[in-house]
Design a protein around this ligand. Structure first.
Ligand SMILES: Cc1cc2nc3c(=O)[nH]c(=O)nc-3n(C[C@H](O)[C@H](O)[C@H](O)COP(=O)(O)O)c2cc1C
Length: 193
């Protein structure tokens, strides 16, 4: 059964669609189609999930593309697959589609400025960026905590994004700790013990 958010004294509570009512003074939040959340509430819920920060890089003919991405995740170990999603409105989308491959650059602590640079639309995103020399020949970011070189295994529709599934061809990692992204802010990882 579909879930809806209802608000009570400023707190968000989950309820099943069938029970949504004005009982007990609870008021349904302004509802968006489908999930019952306003766009702001939906973003706030998703922001509760911390992620790392990657920059996806690629090249097709003379066109370079690089995009800051937090939607990266593992998909399968055997075969080795990863996934991420790119906005249908992103100018770099046709470059990733045409290139047929990409590098996942998992950013290390201290690379927050790199994350911001690749999150802004620009004709010259790679200005001032030190590049790593990878065998595949694709542009990659020096100093990243890891590089994962992928061939595009599949693309799938994902609402207002397109899902890229990559089959891992090569990978390396360094000991640097990663950037962590949570509720719209960059931070660092701290182990519990
Ligand atoms: C931390 C962070 C994570 C992001 N994650 C994504 C993502 O997963 N998918 C996406 O399409 N855009 C994401 N963005 C926004 C893109 O980086 C931004 O729209 C970028 O300008 C797109 O590149 P383009 O304009 O060259 O196409 C993220 C931005 C930030 C700051």
């Amino acid at each position: 059964m579909a879930k809806h958010i209802i608000t009570q004294n400023g707190r968000l509570t989950l309820a099943c669609a069938g029970t949504l009512s004005e009982e007990n003074g609870m008021t349904a939040a302004k509802q968006a189609p489908g999930h019952g959340l306003t766009p702001r509430e939906f973003r706030d819920v998703l922001g509760a999930f911390p992620t790392g920060v990657t920059v996806m890089t690629t090249q097709h003919e003379d066109r370079l593309a690089g995009v800051t991405v937090s939607s990266f995740n593992t998909l399968s170990l055997d075969p080795p697959l990863v996934l991420w999603s790119l906005s249908l409105a992103a100018p770099s989308l046709p470059v990733f589609r045409a290139a047929g491959r990409f590098v996942v650059n998992i950013l290390a602590e201290g690379q927050e400025a790199v994350a911001l640079q690749f999150a802004r639309g620009s004709d010259d995103k790679f200005r001032g960026i030190a590049l790593a020399d990878l065998e595949c020949g694709l542009p990659a970011i020096a100093g990243a905590a890891a590089h994962v070189v992928c061939d595009i295994h599949g693309r799938a529709p994902g609402g207002d994004h397109e899902i890229f599934i990559g089959r891992v061809a090569q990978a390396n990692h360094q000991p640097q700790p990663p950037i962590v992204f949570h509720r719209g802010r960059f931070g660092s990882f701290q182990a519990a013990s």
